[in-house]
Design a protein around this ligand. Structure first.
Ligand SMILES: NC(=O)c1ccc[n+]([C@@H]2O[C@H](COP(=O)([O-])OP(=O)(O)OC[C@H]3O[C@@H](n4cnc5c(N)ncnc54)[C@H](OP(=O)(O)O)[C@@H]3O)[C@@H](O)[C@H]2O)c1
Length: 247
């Protein structure tokens, strides 16, 4: 698949490297082209030993190169938006939203609108959201694109790491999007990274995923094991539902 990435920071590098390794062709786009080219060369060098080229031994690797935001948008059948929340409008405009470049593209939204929680105890790091429904705003800024929220729950380092199984369970990636074909394409990209896609409803549910991220990441920064809060599925409703509630 051809993947265009809008941004050349941590998330762009982590996911772009994984998709290249999985055999996809990636174009990283940034407002500072040199940064995108440098990151692409670093990833290609690590994976293939030669900048921007497919694996020298004819293996399964794809290609990766850098360019402008517009070039990334024109290149990708699927696009990843990987810029700060405050920059989404500017990045989508530079990618060509007004010229309909994003129309019919699958637009993967990994963004979070984190802001420091001013009410948190001094010396602790916790987050609130600077806006409640970022994915919906992105969809409004790129009305012809099929937006799918994904990858916003875990740190870039997690996506970059090769570890996919924790306590015998494959790490899952919830997906929220309205277009079934777009969600399927993103699910395939999730699987290609060795992760497990979970279909988590329409784009209207992405705001809950964004809130969950702020909540869980704040727990992690406080040193709490957020995973310990949840029972496994089979114990999620401890009393089997007999169709009638006695309480
Ligand atoms: N890092 C994580 O662990 C993580 C995890 C989950 C979700 N996220 C979310 O993913 C998104 C990207 O995070 P990141 O950590 O990859 O950020 P990052 O490392 O800071 O990279 C951000 C990228 O956005 C570009 N950018 C900033 N302002 C821009 C503008 N006005 N127009 C065009 N491009 C602009 C930057 O370009 P310049 O270099 O030119 O500034 C850079 O390429 C954020 O919304 C973040 O909340 C991050």
């Amino acid at each position: 698949m051809r993947v265009g990435i809008l941004g050349a920071g941590q998330m762009a590098g982590a996911l772009g490297a994984g998709w290249t390794e999985a055999g996809h062709d990636v174009l990283l786009g940034a407002r500072a082209v040199g940064k995108a080219v440098g990151l692409a060369e670093a990833i290609a060098g690590e994976q293939f030993g030669a900048a921007g080229s497919a694996s020298a031994d004819g293996g399964a690797g794809g290609t990766i190169r850098g360019g402008t935001l517009r070039e990334a948008a024109e290149f990708g059948e699927v696009l990843l938006l990987a810029v700060p929340a405050a920059a989404v409008a500017e990045a989508l405009a530079a990618a060509g939203a007004a010229d309909k470049i994003l129309d019919d593209r699958v637009l993967v939204d990994c963004t979070n609108a984190f802001a420091p929680d001013q009410a948190a105890k001094e010396g602790t790091m916790a987050f609130v959201l600077s806006e409640d429904a970022l994915a919906e705003r992105i969809a409004a800024l790129a009305p012809g694109a099929h937006v799918v929220k994904a990858f916003n729950l875990c740190a870039a380092e997690v996506w970059q790491s090769g570890t996919r199984i924790f306590e015998d369970r494959r790490l899952a990636v919830p997906l929220c999007g309205d277009d079934p074909d777009a969600v399927l394409r993103v699910a395939a990209l999730v699987s290609d990274l060795g992760l497990a896609p979970i279909h988590a409803g329409g784009l209207g549910r992405a705001r809950y995923l964004e809130a969950a991220s702020a909540f869980v990441v704040s727990l992690w920064f406080a040193g709490e094991d957020a995973r310990a809060m949840f029972p496994p599925l089979e114990a999620a409703f401890a009393v089997p539902d007999a169709g009638e509630c006695s309480r």
